[in-house]
Design a protein around this ligand. Structure first.
Ligand code: AMP
Ligand code: ZN
Length: 456
């Protein structure tokens, strides 16, 4: 298949075609900061990465997918102020920094797998690549883009004329936003300059994670790691760089300044950003306290794959407002496709016309809502091609499961419930339903008799 994927690029604000260049597509995705549980809003961004990788591979691209794990340098204010998030968590939970990193990385990866997200080819921890980050700082100082001060090495924004292109900001001008910080003890030449190496002095005197460097002991800034890791694993330019919409500034703005300042070439051919997940119209965020975790969904009887379906049902560039009703609707939608795939006949071949439209939708800036509606068309095909078509689509959607064997105990309970119902003993029939549910199954009445499904 030689359809070309086109994506909306935040830098040019237009479409960029992902070209086949004879080498793997280099994809760099900003990863999690492992100081707390990743909530379902965070996972919306990773579901988007997964959709992108699966689509590219489905379209026949060879892809190298790199995603970092931020375990140092991400400060509470997202800029140059505040405590390191990982170190703050270590104090809060009264365990050492490494235990925090391990704990939240482990849960993150469990949730990652539960959502059937494609594992990156490389998933470097920032703290394991400090040498590469120090080299990048040296390069930036050597090229006149950065300067040393008693508390930090700063990137001098005015030396990079394209600074702020992602947000339309004017070079050197400070974006005044909700996150405007009151900076203390700074010897920045310009308030817009940002730290790339923070020294273990003053407010960071007790910083635990620290490395020796030409500028004394200290630690790398959050933005620096992505520039250094992308270069180390993928070279430059990369083909596509992803993030959440909140990464436009400061994170990606600063990544671009660092990488392009150091290497004199564009950082990425496409910059693609996933919109946020909201709750009651407000961004889902740990700092607001309105977060839900994968485990909260499971506790309420949902499958993590229902969240996959919900994410697919809204284009990545549109906000999703999370509600339990929306998740229930996603579950119902997924259930329709699941049942259709179970009821289809094995051994058929995919419907060529539907598959062509499916890939066209995805190649068109990952139009997943259109792809999902085509899956619903596939669910109405003749049994002979239904299962095969849905199965082929599921290489990207990732929401189906093989038809499970229903345990004899559950089959028996369903039969007893049927008896109770036909005798109008509704209290008893409800009690059977509860028992069935406790065993992890659901019974749905259809004209053809009761259907039994696993709850998740
Ligand atoms: P963090 O671990 O805080 O660095 O965030 C991990 C990823 O989640 C980043 O790509 C953020 O842009 C993204 N993100 C954070 N909050 C939300 C949200 N409410 N909806 C969607 N993505 C989010
Ligand atoms: Zn990044």
């Amino acid at each position: 298949m030689d359809l070309t994927l086109s994506l909306r690029d935040s830098l040019s604000r237009g479409r960029v075609a992902i070209e086949r260049r004879g080498s793997p597509v280099a994809m760099y995705a900003c990863g999690p900061t492992v100081y707390n549980f990743q909530h379902i809003g965070n996972f919306r961004k990773f579901l988007f990465d997964d959709l992108l990788v699966r689509t590219m591979r489905g379209l026949g691209y060879d892809v190298t997918f790199v995603m970092n794990i931020t375990d140092v340098g991400h400060l509470v204010g997202d800029g140059d102020e505040g405590e390191d998030k990982v170190e703050a968590a270590s104090r809060r939970e009264n365990v050492d920094v490494e235990a925090i990193i391990q704990k939240y990385t482990d849960v993150f990866l469990q949730d990652w797998d539960a959502l059937r997200l494609t594992r990156p080819d490389e998933q470097p921890r920032a703290s394991r690549y400090v040498e590469q980050q120090i080299e990048l700082v040296e390069l930036l100082i050597g090229k006149g883009h950065a300067y040393d001060t008693p508390e930090a090495v700063y990137f001098e924004v005015s030396t990079f004329p394209g600074y702020g292109a992602l947000t339309g900001q004017i070079a050197g001008e400070r974006v005044v936003g909700a996150r405007e910080e009151v900076e203390t003890e700074t010897s920045k030449r310009n308030p817009a300059d940002f730290a790339i190496w923070l020294k273990a002095v003053g407010k960071y005197e007790h910083h635990i994670q620290r490395w020796s460097s030409p500028w004394g002991y200290g630690f790398p800034g959050w933005h620096l790691e992505c520039s250094a890791l992308a270069h180390h694993f993928l070279g430059h330019p990369v083909d596509v760089h992803t993030g959440g919409i909140d990464h436009l500034f400061p994170h990606h703005t600063n990544e671009i300044a660092q990488s392009e300042g150091a290497y004199g070439a564009p950082f990425s051919r496409a910059w693609v950003h996933a919109e946020h997940m909201l709750v009651d119209g407000e961004k889902m965020a740990k700092s607001v306290g309105n977060v839900f975790l994968i485990r909260d969904l499971v506790e309420r009887g949902f499958s993590p794959l229902d969240l996959r379906y919900l994410a697919l049902s809204v284009h990545y560039s549109t906000r999703i407002n999370f509600t339990w009703d929306a998740l229930a609707a996603a579950r119902a939608g997924r259930r329709t496709l699941l049942v259709a795939s179970w009821d289809g006949e094995p051994g058929g071949s995919p419907d060529a016309d539907l598959m062509a439209r499916f890939w066209e939708a995805l190649a068109d800036d990952l139009a997943s809502p259109r792809a999902l509606s085509l899956a619903h068309e596939a669910a109405r095909l003749e049994p002979a091609s239904r299962a095969a078509t849905l199965g082929a689509m599921d290489a990207v959607l990732g929401i189906l499961s093989p038809k499970p064997e229903i345990p004899a105990e559950v089959v028996e309970l369903v039969a007893r419930r049927e008896d109770a119902r036909s005798n109008k003993q509704f209290v008893q029939s409800d009690a059977f339903r509860d028992q069935i549910q406790k065993l992890g199954y659901e019974v749905e009445d259809s004209p053809a008799g009761p259907r039994i499904y696993p709850t998740t």
